[in-house]
Design a binder for this molecule. Structure first.
Ligand code: T3D
Length: 247
């Protein structure tokens, strides 16, 4: 399944309606067994510029930004991370604020060379949200995370790749093709096992080695019962390509 953030005249900045549509699309991706990988990208020259800043009423004395995170962004990030299928984010242009962190919530992030990542929050005196403060230090180390968050400068896709913030930076003209190939390759893989791999890797930062070894044992026990494991081994022994069904 491909989800395209589609409000190009505002660099796909989020308005309430987009949250509702996105929630629906993500639920469909979860429920539909025919969906075996999710690709998220943006229309036009941007990936996403985060929250639409004109949507908030600055004169409202009860303005509660935490409420907006609880209602929309946080459930989305949680859902995306927990999706038991691989998520590829194809960052076609600038990814700023919540838009940058939604991109980074993907399991694999591929970006066009002209794209950039910007923790824009501090420019408007906000803290990074949508998981930014959690994965930035884990992905690129504390100094680079701090630099991105405090300075809110654009980081080029090339630097993002070099720093380990993203999987890959490709020429602009190749993004659609390469992201599509990546998503299709993943969609033809052992979907349930991919879901377990995601779970294991995302659990690792909160676990000790002992806990992680136990988790790997439990997960291996489970995937060892799957048809895809049998198919993988049979294909190897018969020197052919496996035909995984995702089960
Ligand atoms: O409220 C809450 O729920 C709290 C949670 C917040 C989460 C967040 O995401 S906070 C961070 C919000 N995002 C930003 O602060 C980024 C704002 N945008 C920018 O700094 C720049 O647009 C970019 C660096 C991303 C790109 O710059 P540039 O020069 O390539 O494009 P531009 O000309 O600035 O933008 C093009 C149009 O999109 C422009 O509209 P116009 O003038 O042509 O009618 C611009 O106003 C609009 N736009 C871009 N970002 C936003 C936006 N409009 C509303 N909100 C935006 N975030």
């Amino acid at each position: 399944m491909t989800i395209t953030l589609n409000r190009p005249e505002k660099l796909n900045a989020f308005v309430a309606e987009m949250h509702a549509l996105l929630r629906e699309a993500l639920m469909q991706a979860e429920d539909d067994a025919a969906v075996r990988a999710l690709l998220i990208t943006g229309a036009g020259r941007g990936f996403c510029a985060g929250q639409d800043l004109s949507e908030r009423n600055m004169n409202d004395p009860n303005l509660d930004l935490g409420g907006g995170l609880d209602a929309h962004y946080n459930p989305f990030i949680r859902r995306l991370r927990a999706l038991p299928k691989p998520v590829v984010c194809a960052v076609n242009g600038v990814a700023a604020g919540a838009g940058a962190n939604i991109a980074l919530a993907g399991d694999l992030v591929i970006a066009a060379r002209s794209a950039s990542f910007m923790q824009a929050f501090s420019k408007i005196a906000l803290v990074p949200d949508c998981g930014g403060t959690w994965w930035l230090p884990r992905l690129i180390g504390l100094q680079r995370a701090m630099g991105m968050a405090l300075l809110a400068e654009r980081v080029s896709a090339e630097d993002a790749e070099r720093w380990g913030l993203i999987w890959k930076c490709v020429d602009d003209a190749k993004l659609v093709e390469e992201a599509g190939n990546l998503a299709r390759t993943l969609a033809a893989g052992p979907t349930h096992t991919f879901g377990m791999i995601k779970k294991a890797l995302y659990a690792s930062s909160g676990n000790t080695l002992d806990e992680q070894l136990d988790l790997e044992r439990d997960f291996q026990r489970e995937v060892g019962r799957y048809g895809d494991y049998r198919e993988g081994v049979a294909a190897f022994l018969e020197k052919r390509k496996p035909a995984f069904t995702g089960r």
